[in-house]
Write a protein that binds this ligand. Structure first.
Ligand code: ADP
Ligand code: MG
Ligand code: ZN
Length: 603
């Protein structure tokens, strides 16, 4: 909306300036070359034989005097009803003529005098109407929300399924909708009713909005989009009227796609405990009514996206409304590789780039993260003065997104630095010396802006979907080995291990409460996950007594793992010290370098 107004304003300003310049130019030209004289002077000039020629126009006489050759001044005077003028000119031997009517001039004059002012007034008028209209819309009661939906129409989204990578299942379910929008008759003839709406469900950044646009792009139909929060306003009734309006417009423009992003903003279950919200409920009711009311055979398909499907009102999800659910989940290895490929197309990649490796290192990342990483890598390449993106740019970008930027100027004391080095090597050794763990990719003690003083990056060799109890236990050992190394070498505890401890405890707790991996509780579920697509926070479903026992179980797992970490490192003291001093000296070492030293110290 704002942008449209800005464009209009600048258009008007430009028009005004142009008109102004034209006017000045015309006046200036006529001023400098023409001069008005009175009729008497003109007659005198004829008598004095000073006139070379006369052009007789409708309303004036243009007089070209003789001599003064360099100065091409032209005089003019009005026409008097002077019947003898022609005789006078003829006898004086003056050339005279009346111009043959030029075809162009009347048109130009017409445009200047009629079309231009008209166009300008029209533009000005519509501009004023618009600003005034908005004002009224904002304060009055009647014209509320009278169509804000218009603003979000995209005739062509320009996005196709090719731009969405790694969501094959989602694309497959949506391709039926695309087909329906292409040839609605094929479905209606046989008597099939197509779903009125589909709900895209998944964590943030996985490409739900992008997919909806791609559906419109593939079907080549207009795309009406509104975010759920656009419907909810201060005043009761606004949202409902917007919904009505949106559907009216959509029916007019059928076939088309209506997309309601973040639908949980209006679709929240009405029986929530936190007290009602009249405006939201009205909006939701209107939406339900509209969805029942419209005729899907016309080719209007409603898509909606949310990352909190569990809070949606049941009425929204019943057949005939959003009865289809398209899961847009976090991409797997292959999906991540494809997303990187799609975004890699926009930047110049060096031939050395191996996207599979990057995909391996980014387990859990969503499309938006990956797009961001590719961009960070390109930025880094520019910063380094290169014109192609290399593999190390990409790796650095992954680390930047995960851990923040390098912070080289942070000053740490020698002791702190060596403590961090031992801590990290502790992690790395625990990872390398156990069977089921992921190989070490990189160890660094350069601090990062997001708080880490150093870190050890592990990289899986392939993607895994199932993790065993043993692997989880080994992960905990790796996490606790940092603190174990500090304890063995420096005989003290520091705050540096807080994040490790938090993650280790979380894994141990999940083993007990969710995965059924404890001896005491067996396969009993003690927690359930809420908001699966957002933070995935678990809520306890057991009694307080059980909860206390859970804590004891967790503590036992943690203690066992910590003991294991301690003994693992004590058995490999030589490796620990050698690699740590090497790391302290070089600040960053890669996985193979690490393995070389480890192997050389172990034989
Ligand atoms: P959501 O709506 O699920 O939160 P978006 O659709 O807004 O996520 O995605 C944000 C951006 O992330 C997109 O504009 C796109 O650049 C990138 N992206 C996300 N998922 C994908 C994907 N599957 N393929 C390609 N790019 C993606
Ligand atoms: Mg979105
Ligand atoms: Zn650590």
């Amino acid at each position: 909306m704002l942008q449209k107004q800005k464009r209009l304003v600048s258009y008007i300003v430009v028009t005004l300036i142009i008109t102004f310049i034209i006017n000045i130019a015309i006046t200036w030209i006529s001023r400098s070359t023409r001069q008005e004289i009175d009729y008497g002077t003109f007659l005198t000039m004829i008598q004095d034989n000073q006139v070379e020629s006369v052009k007789i126009e409708d309303d004036r006489l243009l007089i070209t005097p003789k001599e003064n050759g360099s100065d091409k001044k032209v005089y003019y005077t009005g026409t008097l009803n002077d019947p003898q003028l022609v005789d006078k000119l003829h006898t004086a031997g003056v050339k005279f003529s009346t111009p043959v009517k030029d075809v162009q001039w009347p048109i130009v004059t017409f445009i200047l005098t009629w079309i231009l002012p008209f166009a300008m007034f029209y533009l000005l008028g519509s501009f004023i109407m618009k600003t005034l209209g908005n004002r009224i819309g904002g304060t009055g009661a009647m014209s509320f929300g009278k169509s804000n939906a218009k603003v979000y129409i995209e005739k062509k989204t320009g996005v196709t399924f090719n731009d969405v990578a790694g969501q094959e299942e989602a694309k497959e379910s949506l391709s039926e909708i695309v087909d329906f929008l292409h040839k609605p008759s094929r479905y209606t003839e046989i008597g099939a009713k197509l779903p009125k709406g589909a709900l895209l469900v998944g964590p943030p950044g996985t490409g739900k909005t992008l997919l909806a646009k791609a559906v419109a792009g593939e079907a080549n139909v207009p795309f009406f989009s509104l975010s759920g929060s656009n419907f909810v306003e201060m005043f009761v009734g606004v949202g409902a009227s917007r919904v009505r309006d949106l559907f009216q417009q959509a029916e007019k423009n059928a076939p088309c796609i209506v997309f309601i992003d973040e639908i949980d903003a209006i679709g929240k279950s009405r029986d929530s405990k936190l007290g009602g919200n009249d405006e939201r409920e009205q909006t939701l009711n209107q939406l339900l009514a509209e969805m029942d009311g419209f005729d899907s055979s016309k080719g209007v398909v409603i898509l909606a996206a949310t990352n909190r499907p569990e809070i949606l009102d049941k009425a929204l999800l019943r057949p005939g409304r959003f009865d289809r659910r398209v899961i847009v989940d976090k991409p797997d290895l292959k999906g991540r590789q494809e997303i990187l490929k799609v975004h890699g197309k926009n930047v110049k990649l060096d031939s050395s780039v191996n996207l599979r490796e990057i995909a391996l290192a980014t387990a859990g990342a969503v499309g938006a993260d990956l797009a961001n990483m590719v961009n960070e890598a390109a930025l880094r390449a520019v910063r380094m003065g290169r014109d192609v993106v290399r593999q190390d740019d990409l790796f650095e970008a992954v680390e930047t997104v995960i851990a923040g930027k390098e912070k080289k100027d942070r000053i740490m004391t020698e002791e702190e630095k060596s403590l961090v080095a031992f801590h990290e090597v502790g992690h790395a050794l625990a990872a390398a010396l156990q069977k089921e763990t992921q190989p070490v990719h990189k160890i660094t003690i350069i601090p990062r802006t997001m708080g880490a003083l150093g870190y050890t990056m592990q990289m899986p060799e392939k993607e895994k979907f199932l993790i065993s109890k043993e692997e989880l236990a080994e992960q905990i050992v790796v996490l606790l080995a940092g603190r174990a190394a500090e304890e063995i070498i420096f005989k003290k505890a520091t705050t540096g291990a807080s994040n490790d401890i938090e993650r280790a405890t979380q894994i141990a707790r999940q083993m007990v409460t969710i995965y059924g991996m404890s001896d005491k509780f067996g396969v009993m579920g003690l927690e359930s996950i809420q908001n699966r697509y957002l933070d995935g926070r678990p809520i306890q479903t057991c009694s307080t007594e059980t909860s206390a026992e859970v804590d004891r179980e967790v503590l036992q797992i943690i203690n066992n793992c910590y003991e294991k970490a301690l003994s693992l490192l004590k058995d490999n003291m030589e490796s620990l010290c050698k690699i740590s001093s090497h790391l302290l000296h070089k600040e960053t070492i890669m996985g193979d370098e690490f393995m070389d030293i480890l192997n050389s110290t172990r034989v």
